[in-house]
Design a binder for this molecule. Structure first.
Ligand code: ATP
Ligand code: MG
Ligand code: MG
Ligand code: MG
Length: 568
């Protein structure tokens, strides 16, 4: 590619709306342009990077034996009604109607669609195990889309769904996908960590998240000093005391006992949540002492099954809502919510007095009380209600190997064992060896393809711009010409080098825009090209090229052979 024939549109201005380095740099480099909240156009430059990520993901999925297909982004309401998720998915589900008033949603995920595909395509155990994947645009009406493509509303996800006759087969494929994910993030050159994650309302027996480590990450992860143990930890932003809304007022705003995500509840209460708080169900009386309220906060996109009692001074009597009461208020059948386990902690410290509703929802605001373990019960002994503590740095690791450290991460992948829940609800069966109908068990495996682009920048940038890992860079090498218009020898030599590198399979861009060296180099650094080669009159006279790696302080003058060896 010649930059003179490409559309590169960098900017010197620092965009005011960008809080994160990745967002700022993607805008400055001209990789993305905002269309509306959470909706971005990927420019030609941005798309090159996105496609690089997509390619690595696709290659590793193929190598792991998954089979690619492509499902629609628009999904019919009836399918979602079969699993009960049309009502239960919450505000992230964008519902639409066609001209005949038939209901659809823009797919936030595709369990229903793939299970529908499976029930018509799969009939025999001989077709199992099988793992289908697609790389497709998803839409989630995030309550606070932010950080550019990091938390967008429309984004690109790789989602895979596997079908198995036996639990052992599912275990095997889960492991296989886990390993494929490790290869994906290694090839992308990212520092990452796989952590135990809670399975939430999706249910199932096992779940891991893959996090790219970055201080700006929205998630906190806990890991042991003396082993590989790592688990995710829910994290909420502390609210400064002055910002806390009045509890009674906040409760009044949440007077419709419909299904709300905690993000929605938080928004109603004027609280900034960084991360979805876990479920809370309370029945209490408001400040006026008459009205009853139920809050059922959901984690992620789903109503979760942990229901918690908490004391809310100023709200009169309180008690744990029963399953049936919650179901009544939410309009969903009790079974969905799962067993009420009053001993299962969320983020509330039950024996502490909580001054306002805001305190309650965001968790205690004191140091050491911001984090709640996601895997209590399995990874940590279940505490007594009065003894709930959140995971903090220095806690003993639940596996007994040293103490816990806390790091920040960006969730870029998530693998789940779903079990038979979806197949059962949608009457998906295959005939087993004995000719009997059997419900397959399922796994699902997601990668946030577009989020990875932003996450990679969070790990790789400096004052001058992006520093792409080699596999993600829009081009590996930039050949820059100094004064090409004045000097035909320079442009000729640069053209030759550019052609030679591309012919050798080294993806190279030629900067033939005729910019001043300073402006040209600033652009090449900003857009993060890993290797820069400058062709100048002086260099040609000395028989050398000026080479500089993106992360090097100094450039070196290399002759042709040395340059090729360096780039090869
Ligand atoms: P998060 O906790 O960040 O909201 P999630 O747990 O809701 O993500 P999953 O349902 O596990 O997301 O989806 C699989 C992957 O899709 C996630 O691991 C993440 O990388 C990506 N993803 C989810 N939501 C978004 C979004 N709004 N913008 C960009 N990528 C997203
Ligand atoms: Mg998540
Ligand atoms: Mg989410
Ligand atoms: Mg997830």
């Amino acid at each position: 590619m010649r930059l003179s024939q490409f559309h590169l549109h960098t900017s010197k201005e620092t965009p005011a709306e960008a809080e994160l380095a990745s967002h700022r740099l993607m805008l400055k480099a001209g990789m993305i342009r905002k269309l509306a909240a959470g909706l971005y156009t990927w420019s030609p430059l941005g798309l090159r990077v996105l496609r690089k990520v997509e390619r690595v993901v696709r290659e590793e999925m193929d190598a792991a034996g998954a089979i690619e297909l492509l499902m629609p982004t628009i999904q019919p309401q009836e399918l979602w009604e079969e699993t009960g998720r049309w009502e239960k998915f919450g505000g992230q589900l964008l519902k639409i109607k066609d001209r005949k008033e038939a209901g659809y949603c823009y797919g936030p995920t595709a369990e229903e669609v793939i299970t529908d595909f499976a029930r018509s395509e799969l009939s025999s155990y001989k077709q199992l195990p099988v793992n289908f994947y697609n790389i497709q645009t998803k839409f989630r009406d995030e309550i606070r889309p932010r950080f550019g493509v990091m938390r967008a509303r429309e984004f690109l996800m790789k989602d895979a769904y596997s079908f198995h006759l036996t639990d052992e087969d599912l275990d095997r494929e889960y492991r296989n996908m886990f390993d494929a994910y490790c290869r994906i993030f290694e090839r992308l050159g990212l520092k990452y960590r796989a952590v135990f994650a809670d399975t939430g309302a999706i249910g199932g027996s096992a779940s891991h998240e893959f996090h790219v480590l970055a201080d700006s990450g929205e998630d906190a992860i806990a890991f042991a000093s003396g082993s590989d143990y790592a688990a995710n930890v829910e994290l909420a932003e502390a609210v400064s005391p002055g910002q806390r809304p009045d509890a009674g007022e906040a409760m009044r705003k949440i007077d419709t006992p419909t299904q709300k995500t905690c993000e929605e509840v938080a928004a109603l209460m004027g609280i900034a949540l960084q991360r979805t708080v876990k479920s809370i169900a309370i029945i209490g009386t408001d400040a006026d002492g008459n009205e009853q309220f139920v809050l059922a906060l959901v984690r992620g996109d789903h109503v979760v099954n942990e229901i918690k009692l908490a004391k809310l001074p100023g709200l009169g009597e309180y008690r744990l809502a029963t399953e049936a009461e919650i179901a009544d208020h939410l309009g969903s059948e009790p079974g969905f919510l799962g067993p009420v386990n009053p001993r299962r902690p969320i983020r509330v410290i039950a024996d502490r007095s909580v001054a306002t509703m805001a305190d309650f929802v965001v968790g205690a605001n004191e140091a050491g009380y911001h984090l709640a373990g996601a895997n209590w019960g399995r990874d940590l002994p279940e505490p007594e209600v009065a003894d709930i503590r959140n995971v903090v740095e220095g806690d003993p690791s639940p596996d007994g190997h040293g103490t816990l450290g806390i790091a920040r991460g960006i969730e870029v992948g998530h693998v789940f064992q779903l079990g038979r829940r979806y197949a059962e609800a949608m009457k998906c069966t295959v005939l087993d060896e004995n000719g009997k109908a059997a419900v397959p068990t399922m796994g699902c495996y997601g990668v946030g393809v577009s989020r990875i682009v932003a996450a990679a920048i969070e790990q790789n940038f400096d004052d001058n711009g992006i520093r792409w890992p080699e596999t993600m860079a829009p081009w590996r090498v930039a050949v820059c010409m100094i004064n090409p218009k004045k000097d035909a020898a320079v442009s000729g030599a640069a053209e030759n080098l550019y052609r030679e590198l591309n012919a050798a399979g080294i993806e190279t861009v030629l900067d033939d825009r005729g910019l001043r060296p300073g402006a040209m180099f600033a652009d090449i650094e900003l857009i993060g090209i890993p290797h820069r080669v400058v062709v100048s009159e002086r260099g040609l006279a000395a028989g050398t090229f000026e080479y500089r790696a993106r992360d090097a302080v100094e450039s070196e003058n290399l002759d042709h052979a040395a340059l090729m060896a360096r780039l090869g």
